[in-house]
Design a protein around this ligand. Structure first.
Ligand code: DQA
Length: 156
């Protein structure tokens, strides 16, 4: 259980950083069989609404540059209480992102829209999953709701 300041019936450690990596800005253009038809702006709006419903506050970030993703992780300490991340293809090989996630010391949930374990072999490997409280994949946008619910419990 994470330490937090308890307010009047409400936890105050409720800031969730939602991070999308490489090619996720192309949602809506990518293969709908794997990624659905929602674009990133609509997905973020939906995640924001789910977060609000759970009493969480979500902030969003996307980049196609690995170093920028790493530096965003570096800056999270003190600004976020937990992380939801979908690093896209970086998931499968980017050890720099793995190390930066470890440095944050924050509870994290890994989300993939598609069922990475039922696609190409190279997608089955995640270099971040051992650092995450949970991995949710193959559930489309609903996977983010599940991730928020997991972190909501984790932060209480
Ligand atoms: C993804 C799965 C990755 O394998 C892929 O490279 C992506 C998106 C997903 O959300 O299903 O870009 O992370």
């Amino acid at each position: 259980m994470a330490a937090g300041i308890t307010g009047v019936g409400r936890i105050l450690n409720n800031r969730i950083a939602v991070m999308h990596g490489v090619n996720l800005d192309q949602l809506g253009q990518r293969d709908p069989a794997h990624y659905g038809s929602m674009d990133l702006a609509a997905l973020e709006r939906q995640i924001g609404q789910w977060a609000q419903g759970l009493g969480l506050s979500a902030r969003f970030f996307q980049t196609n540059h690995e170093g920028v993703f790493v530096e965003h992780l570096h800056g999270l300490r003190g600004l976020a209480d937990a992380v939801i991340l979908n690093p896209g293809a970086w998931t499968h090989y980017a050890y720099a992102i793995r190390d930066a996630l470890e440095l944050t010391g924050l509870p994290a949930v890994e989300v993939h829209l598609s069922a990475v374990d039922r696609r190409e072999d190279w997608r089955r490997r995640s270099v971040i999953s051992e650092l995450c409280v949970a991995t949710v994949s193959g559930k489309g946008p609903d996977g983010y709701r599940e991730a928020l619910e997991i972190l909501s419990k984790e932060l209480t």
